[in-house]
Ligand binder design. Structure first.
Ligand code: AMP
Ligand code: ZN
Length: 115
């Protein structure tokens, strides 16, 4: 828990969010500024700043991020249409919240490439 981190506050319940799923390792909630009909953030309950701070001991959490990405896609019924799972890391990526998070974005055709 980082008391200055908005996602830690969502995980602890201090800050409201539209929670889609929660378990002992990760929490999924709807992005406050959605870019598509489905835009869900899947975040570790542990405060990890970004991919660049991931440790080997965190590998089980990262596996859960993917299995919960699948779960929330099923909840929003976007599996057949497909979706994008994105993890921004550091300044060039545009990361704005420094608590690791996977964007699950879908429900419409998505533009690509993004670079
Ligand atoms: P990133 O640019 O990858 O760091 O993405 C951060 C995302 O967090 C953005 O899409 C924001 O809209 C979203 N966001 C920031 N604050 C909140 C919040 N309190 N509740 C839900 N989503 C948020
Ligand atoms: Zn945090």
């Amino acid at each position: 828990m980082n008391p200055a981190c908005p996602f830690c506050k969502i995980i602890s319940g201090e800050l409201p969010a539209s929670i889609v799923y929660k378990d002992e390792l990760v929490t999924a909630f709807r992005d406050i500024h959605p870019v598509a009909p489905t835009h869900i953030l899947v975040v570790p309950n542990k405060h990890i700043q970004s991919v660049s701070q991931v440790e080997t001991e965190d590998e089980h959490i990262l596996g859960r991020l993917f299995s919960v990405a699948r779960k929330v896609a099923e909840i929003d019924q976007i599996t057949a249409g497909g979706y994008r799972a994105i993890v921004n890391t550091g300044p060039h990526s545009g990361q704005t919240v420094f608590h690791l998070h996977m964007h699950v974005i879908g429900g419409q055709h998505l533009k690509f490439p993004m670079g």
